[in-house]
Structures are given as structure tokens and as C-alpha cells.
Design a protein around this ligand. Structure first.
Ligand code: DGL
Length: 260
């Protein structure tokens, strides 16, 4: 069983890639929507939430956990790997492909304050973007928009304009999405930028990495028809909408509000 969690519905963008790649696996997803956003919480607070949710997922028989949240990966993945014995897969900011493919030598990164503060992000920049100019932009308010299902429309466009216009003005040709909520805004980003930036979402690479670990550890579910259960510590409405946009056959009974 593959456990997945995020501060909210953002990790559904990661589940989408995992499910597309491995439709026969069993997935249990936890959206910590009651405690969202994580972006401005302290590392200790995030570690505490990540531990409780991981305990819950292991109680549901998780063989592996995907931390489908850049902010939680930055704050807690080290702790989770040392505290639990099952494998954990985290989100990596996709700086490397952006830096390698950039023609202008300038890239934009949109992420939460927590992700920018983490050593994981700083090490990635040092390793892959030493000769590249990186424009960092904190996406305040974007997580809340997506949590409320407002992935298009005036409000989303206005906030995105504010954050992305300076990135384009600086000459960037790539935009790295450093938060799993943001892929749900891709259509709106494309609209307001007239496709001026190539958008890089690390979720497909994370799905491939998860598959590799499943096979290496022999925990893949070979003869299964697959199941998908979605828990939220808050309201399940937006999660239901986003999941059913991806697969309308996943019905309402698969969405459960549960305190963790
Ligand atoms: N999806 C989370 C991430 O990837 C959002 C963080 C938050 O809740 O602020 O960073």
C-alpha cells in the first residue's frame, strides 16, 4: 500500500502521476487540510504533524510513504526516515532540469517560505544552479486559493500576475513549481503568461522514483485491481472535485473526513 500525504489537496497532483503510472496499486491519501498551510509553520510543528500522519498511514498498512509536500519534505523527511523503518519518498525542487534546459540562464522558482528556508533547497541550488540566475518567489496565498478550489478566475489570475510578471521581466524562460498545490494552477499560469515560460513540475519524476523503490523493495502489488482512499482532517469537497476531475469513477464514498 502506498501512503501519500500533504498539508492539503496539493499532493493530489502527485497522486495523479502515481496513479497514472501504477493504477493497480492501493493508495491511501491524507490531506491535512485542518492544519493547512504548512508554509509558515515552524519545522517542529511540521515534524509533529508528519509523524502523526505517518503513524496513521502505517496503521493503514502503508509499505512506503510519499511526502507529497515540498514544505513537509524540507522540514521533516530526515526525521521520518530516521524514526520509521519503511521507505519515504520526498519532493525535490526541480532545479536541475530547469537549469540544464534554460537557454536564457535565468529560471524562476515559486515555492513556500518553508521550502526556500530548507537546506534541501539550498543544497540543490548550490549543486545544480551555480551558474544560473535563480529568481525566488514565495507564493503567499496560492495554497489557500487551491484549497478553496479557486484554480482559475480573477483572483487566481491577479495573484499569479503579481508573482510571475517580475520573473518574466527578469528574463526567465523556466518556472519551477516548488509546491505541490501549484500544478493545479498550470492552466491559469499558461493563460496569463501566454506560454512565455516552460513550467516544470517534479511530480512525474517523483512517481518514477516511487515505482523504482517499490520494485527494489519487492512491495509492488502485482495482482491487484487497485484502490484509492482519500482522508482529510478537514473538509473533503475540494479534494473530491480535484480527484474526480482526474478520474470520475472514484466515487464519493472514497472520501472521508478523519481527525488525526
Ligand atoms: N503542498 C505544500 C507544498 O508542497 C503546500 C505547503 C503549505 O501548506 O504551505 O509545499
Amino acid at each position: 500500500m502506498i501512503g501519500i500525504f500533504d498539508s492539503g489537496v496539493g499532493g493530489i497532483s502527485v497522486w495523479k502521476e502515481l496513479y497514472a503510472l501504477m493504477p493497480n496499486e492501493d493508495f491511501v491519501y491524507v490531506a491535512d487540510s485542518a492544519h493547512c498551510p504548512y508554509g509558515r509553520k515552524s519545522a517542529d510543528e511540521i515534524i509533529e504533524r508528519a509523524k502523526k500522519i505517518s503513524d496513521f498511514l502505517i496503521g493503514k498498512n502503508a509499505d512506503i510513504i510519499v511526502v507529497a509536500c515540498n514544505t513537509a519534505t524540507a522540514a521533516a523527511i530526515k526525521y521520518l526516515r530516521s524514526h520509521f523503518s519503511i521507505p519515504f519518498v520526498g519532493m525535490q525542487p526541480a532545479i536541475k532540469p530547469a537549469a540544464v534546459e534554460s537557454k536564457s540562464g535565468i529560471i524562476g522558482v515559486l515555492a513556500t517560505a518553508g521550502t526556500f528556508k530548507g537546506t534541501l533547497y539550498m543544497n540543490t541550488i548550490t549543486k545544480f544552479a551555480a551558474n544560473i540566475k535563480v529568481i525566488e518567489q514565495t507564493g503567499d496565498g496560492l495554497v489557500e486559493l487551491v484549497e478553496n478550489g479557486k484554480i482559475s478566475g480573477d483572483e487566481a489570475e491577479q495573484i499569479l500576475h503579481k508573482y510571475i510578471n517580475p520573473i518574466i521581466a527578469a528574463g526567465a524562460d523556466k518556472l519551477v513549481l516548488g509546491c505541490t498545490h501549484y500544478p493545479f494552477l498550470i492552466e491559469t499560469i499558461k493563460k496569463i503568461t501566454n506560454n512565455a515560460l516552460a513550467i516544470i513540475n517534479p511530480a512525474p519524476a517523483v512517481a518514477l522514483q516511487t515505482k523504482k523503490i517499490l520494485y527494489e523493495n519487492n512491495i509492488s502489488n502485482k495482482n491487484n485491481s487497485g484502490s484509492n482512499t482519500f482522508f482529510s482532517t478537514g473538509n473533503t469537497e475540494t479534494m473530491k472535485m480535484l480527484v474526480q476531475n482526474i478520474n470520475k469513477n472514484i466515487n464519493d464514498t472514497n472520501f472521508i473526513t478523519h481527525d488525526i
